[in-house]
Design a protein around this ligand. Structure first.
Ligand code: NAD
Length: 303
């Protein structure tokens, strides 16, 4: 493969949060030379305490030093600010370099950003992930990659360290796929919660309902994994924030609106998650949407 990014290639990594830190740790363990940045100094020092890396003084020097830079940031707005902002990543970036956006960004914005970068002869590959913090640690993420086949192929050795690559087509298609996936995930969690809350009020035990759903046709990732591991034990600590999930569903809604496709259910799911975000705050764990729905059920009962 011509010019593919194999160890010990210098790889930039911007965004060492819940997902970024374990993903970057895998790259360091695979022999890549990491050059890291995050606006939160505590995130950088936590990461550097147990992982060999260089800490970037600024984004300009990080961008200039690396032919491949990964962004793992909250959304497409922060990605654009990091990549194109004043003293951003691409200020002195080498011609032929690749920015790999692994954040869950809006697909339309990704297409625009890719077109802007191509004028500087810089490629953008969108490579959002599914699987959460545990699969990030294990290197078993699903990675949905949009971009030219040549650019995706150059990035494969890097991406393979973090999970399984699923090429989705041209620029932005990975981000579109991710938004659609998270819409389904958000809808299934909210619908499971509404069913379980109603059943509980009727006298069924939540654990019994989960057991039965998981051997019946109503099962989903939410009933098989999120309920038993995070909701029934009351830990609510998946490491995926409610505000990020609400943002993902809004992106899926925007996608359907932009494409003129049916979105009545998407609209309802998006409204529900946005209201939960307003009530509980964006930093609540996304599984706490169950608490929000329980509150609604309580309010209705007391009316
Ligand atoms: P996070 O909030 O834990 O981490 C984001 C990191 O980016 C933080 O450390 C923050 O300080 C840093 N940051 C924010 N703006 C920055 C900027 N301008 N410059 C440099 N650093 C900046 O979020 P996360 O849970 O790691 O999620 C990251 C992305 O991955 C999001 O798009 C999210 O939707 C997606 N995602 C998350 C999960 C999950 O389970 N947490 C799973 C799949 C996808």
């Amino acid at each position: 493969m011509v010019n593919s990014f194999t160890p010990p290639e210098d790889v930039g990594f911007v965004g060492l949060g819940n997902m970024g830190a374990p993903m970057a740790r895998r790259l360091a363990a695979a022999g890549y030379t990491l050059f890291v940045a995050d606006t939160n100094p505590a995130a950088v020092s936590r990461f550097a305490a147990d992982t060999h890396c260089r800490q970037a003084a600024d984004l300009v020097s990080l961008g200039a030093a690396c032919r491949a830079v990964i962004t793992m940031l909250p959304d497409g707005h922060s990605v654009r600010e990091v990549v194109l902002g004043n003293n951003g990543l691409t200020t002195d970036m080498q011609s032929g370099a690749v920015v790999i956006d692994m954040s869950s960004s809006a697909p339309g914005g990704t297409r625009e950003l890719g077109a802007m970068l191509s004028r500087q002869n810089i490629e953008l590959v969108d490579a959002p992930v599914s699987g959460g913090v545990l699969r990030a640690k294990d290197g078993k993420l699903s990675i949905m990659t949009g971009g030219t086949a040549a650019a995706v192929d150059r990035c494969r050795p890097i991406l393979n360290v973090m999970g399984r690559v699923y090429p989705t087509g041209g620029p932005g298609t990975g981000h579109a796929m991710k938004a659609i996936n998270n819409y389904l995930s958000a809808a299934s969690l909210a619908s499971a919660a509404e069913g379980i809350i109603a059943g509980t009020r009727f006298g069924l035990a939540p654990a019994t309902m989960i057991d039965i759903l998981n051997s019946s046709s109503g099962r989903s990732y939410s009933t098989e994994y999120k309920y038993p591991d995070f909701i029934l034990p009351g830990t609510f600590d998946t490491g995926f924030a409610l505000g990020l999930m609400a943002k993902d569903v809004r992106m899926a809604l925007e996608l359907a609106q932009r494409e003129g496709s049916s979105h009545a259910l998407l609209q309802a799911v998006s409204d529900l998650w946005s209201r939960a975000e307003q009530k509980l705050g964006p930093r609540a764990d996304h599984t706490e949407v169950v608490k929000y729905l329980q509150t609604l059920a309580g309010e209705t009962a007391n009316d």
